[in-house]
Design a binder for this molecule. Structure first.
Ligand SMILES: [Zn+2]
Length: 80
């Protein structure tokens, strides 16, 4: 059974597959929202599409760059 995350209270609701894409009511807070299956909640892990891998690599590269720059900046600051 797919699960969806309520945008109001951010809790996971289990919904029928037929309800996906339709308006459902959260069992926790009673808010109505459109059921969209979230990949992380699903039992079957979604594989990352190739169209996203480039963006991921750029993001990871930026993080590595920043992480590598911090010790260098600290060393520079110390040497002064
Ligand atoms: Zn809710």
């Amino acid at each position: 059974m797919p699960s969806v995350v309520c945008p109001t209270c951010l809790r996971r609701n289990r919904v029928r597959k037929q309800s996906l894409g339709r308006s459902v009511v959260c069992t926790y807070c009673g808010a109505a929202f459109e059921a969209e299956e979230s990949g992380q909640a699903s039992q079957e892990p979604l594989s990352y599409g190739p169209q996203h891998s480039g963006e991921w690599q750029i993001a990871v590269g930026l993080i590595v760059l920043v992480a590598a720059a911090i010790p260098a900046v600290l060393l520079l600051a110390r040497s002064r």
